[in-house]
Write a protein that binds this ligand. Structure first.
Ligand SMILES: [Zn+2]
Ligand SMILES: [Zn+2]
Length: 157
């Protein structure tokens, strides 16, 4: 478990209890997957299909519809946040309360996170200039990651 994590990670059962959800087997396992993804760092963002495939691989009998339902419950409970990275498939990640923006590879779907003070400041200024009281924002940049660019170069030779 990462030590510099602001949000202390609780056992899935306790975490579910805290937000008023009964600790059913699918909920516990799905929350565990998110917690593991959070610890792993690089793969924090999971789609419903990612989760479904992992559960099937572990021989856990859960339908895709159940996965969607649990994700909706988790989102409503504030456990996870949803993003759309340039397609109609939602990605989810643990809501650790800390804001960050994303850059997404349009080839392999890899997602990196960043926070840039200048960008944050400029966005607030823009909102003020346009007469808005800012409630939030989501910023996603799209491009081709280094690995994918290397692969394409090899293919072109
Ligand atoms: Zn890529
Ligand atoms: Zn993220």
């Amino acid at each position: 478990m990462s030590v510099n994590n602001e949000h202390e990670m609780l056992e899935p059962e306790q975490e579910l209890k805290n937000v008023g959800l009964k600790a059913t087997a699918p909920r516990m396992r799905i929350l565990e997957l998110f917690q593991k993804a959070q610890e792993a760092g690089a793969v924090r963002h999971l789609t419903a299909e990612d989760i479904y495939k992992q559960l099937v691989a572990e021989n856990i009998e859960v339908g895709l519809a159940t996965v969607y339902r649990v994700l909706t419950q988790f989102e409503a409970a504030g456990l996870i946040v949803r993003h759309y990275f340039g397609n109609d498939r939602a990605s989810y990640e643990m809501d650790d309360g800390a804001h960050h923006d994303h850059i997404v590879c349009t080839r392999c779907g890899r997602v990196e996170e960043f926070v840039d003070k200048e960008i944050e400041k400029r966005q607030k200024q823009i909102a003020v200039r346009l007469g808005f009281e800012l409630e939030g924002h989501s910023l996603s940049l799209y491009g081709i990651c280094e690995d994918c660019r290397k692969k394409e170069k090899v293919r072109r030779k």
